[in-house]
Design a protein around this ligand. Structure first.
Ligand code: NAD
Length: 454
């Protein structure tokens, strides 16, 4: 399997893909090793995962450089990602004993009722490339803390990072037969679906997620899907600092080149502040430095996958053909590397793909609305349900709107944000189940109810 640097189009590595035979052998190894890993006291598993975080920190420059070389994100954003993963591991490890230990829920003379959180067994994690450290951490860290063995399949676009992750997990003290790496693309993913895992945890697109859900259903094992989004924002008319909000929300749309599941994908602005917001937003986007992701100060690097250039461009062309105005950007950058200009479209509406389909690239549509009701209706007009945000001086106004939006996360005066203490969960085509928080720690367990008389 060839690994290509998206910023230079050079092949930087050749990896050996797993075969059915090697995957089966790894699965057998995990099956044999899981009980031994589960027998390690939870406090020791916590210490091992904390050591893993320390190793990430120690090796951050090397890890960031490898990540940038295969996904094209600016080096500073790669460093931020590794640091972000360490912060998540800190929360998960600090809270593991609280939420994974046996829980006595009632105690009366002669009868005690206890919930025990038992591991599922050997779980399969099929992962995405856009934040391999973060989306990986959401799954393999709590799964291992809960005493499971894990088959980790990084995306074919972030396999060098996947190799580093598994190497450091082993170095930190996770048994070799408690975590294994599966190298390959969709075909390797399909093979994993044919195998008898005890749970499937997927991060990726709606299309693949739907396929996985159908394939896994007859196995009757837990399956969680963290999928894409078409995340909306509403900027209300009482926002005082329009320039500040425009800059913050532009970052929410263009950070990591818009390749975040919770990137801001469409913005609705109250007509009273629309002109000023658009002007400030475009000014901010025009200040972004585009270029080699290894260069200091670059904010827009290369897109990770070449085909996404066509997806983004087709959305821009579709919008323009239906009357949208390109405020800035709108074209692929000529020359080597998968670069697309950060693009702002106005005069958009919901007949345009850019307002309905996930863009997963550096393009945003900004639409004028007359009031909160129109904004809420448009925000809900989507097949996805990951996040939604409202900018207003009035928290109650934001809550009234957000409580009626069918999404797993609501933001007031912020966006494109994930917290380890809060559940990360989608609805509709954004998937189901939760990672992070106490729910995400327990997502890799079966509860067993003990009725203890005596
Ligand atoms: P993808 O669906 O193309 O691939 C994801 C993984 O599935 C890869 O490891 C791939 O090899 C594997 N795969 C592909 N076809 C398969 C099949 N038929 N059977 C089994 N496995 C298969 O997604 P991607 O391009 O890697 O990721 C981008 C998508 O992920 C976006 O839609 C993004 O919004 C979403 N995402 C969601 C979250 C979240 O937390 N909700 C986080 C990150 C990314």
């Amino acid at each position: 399997m060839k690994v290509t640097n998206p910023a230079t189009e050079e092949v930087i590595a050749n990896l050996t893909e797993d075969t059915v035979a090697t995957l089966q052998q790894k699965h057998e190894q995990l099956k044999a090793g899981q009980a031994k890993w589960n027998a390690v006291p939870l406090s020791e598993r916590v210490a091992v995962l904390q050591k893993f975080a320390a190793l990430l920190k120690e090796n951050i420059e090397k890890l960031a450089s490898i990540l940038t070389s295969e996904v094209g994100k600016p080096l500073q954003q790669s460093r931020n990602e590794v640091n972000g993963a360490c912060a998540r591991i800190e929360w998960l490890t600090n809270n593991a004993e609280k939420f994974l230990s046996d829980e006595t829920v009632s105690e009366q003379p002669g009868m005690k009722e206890v919930i025990s959180y038992e591991p599922l067994g050997v779980v399969c994690n099929i992962s995405a490339w856009n934040y391999p450290y973060l989306v990986g951490t959401n799954v393999f860290v709590p799964a291992l803390l809960a005493g499971n063995a894990v088959m980790y399949k990084p995306s074919e676009y972030s396999s060098l990072t996947g190799e580093q992750i598994v190497k450091l997990l082993h170095l930190a003290g996770v048994h070799a037969d408690a975590v294994q790496l599966a190298i390959g693309g969709g075909e390797v993913g399909k093979t994993l679906l044919e195998m008898p895992f005890d749970g499937y945890y997927f991060t990726g697109s709606y299309k693949t997620g739907q396929y996985i859900y159908e394939k896994v259903a007859p196995k009757m094992v837990p399956c969680q899907l963290e999928l894409g989004g078409k995340d909306p924002l509403y900027i209300a008319d009482d926002v005082a600092d329009i320039a500040g909000v425009a800059a913050g929300t532009a970052d929410g749309a263009f950070y990591n080149n818009g390749q975040s599941c919770c990137s801001v994908e469409r913005i609705y602005v109250h007509e009273k502040v629309y002109d000023q917001y658009v002007a400030e937003f475009v000014k901010e986007v025009n200040s972004y430095k585009l270029g080699a992701p290894t260069e200091d100060g670059v904010y827009i690097g290369a897109l990770t996958r070449e085909p996404q250039l066509q997806v983004v461009d087709a959305q821009v062309q579709d919008a323009v053909s239906k009357g949208a105005k390109v405020e800035t950007g709108g074209k692929r950058v000529e020359g080597k590397g998968y670069y697309y200009q950060p693009t702002v479209l106005t005069g958009v509406n919901h007949s345009m793909e850019v307002m309905r389909e996930e863009s997963f690239g550096p393009v945003i549509g900004i639409m004028k609305v007359k009031d909160d009701a129109e904004a809420a209706e448009l925000m809900n007009d989507t097949a996805y349900g990951l996040t939604a945000g409202v900018y207003t001086a009035d928290q109650q106004r934001a809550k009234t709107i957000l409580s009626n939006i069918n999404a797993g996360t609501g933001y007031w005066n912020c966006c494109d944000r994930v917290s380890a203490a809060l559940p990360w969960s989608g609805r509709k085509h954004s998937g189901f189940g939760a990672t992070l928080s106490h729910l995400g720690l327990r997502a890799f367990t079966h509860p067993k109810a003990y009725h203890l008389r005596g």
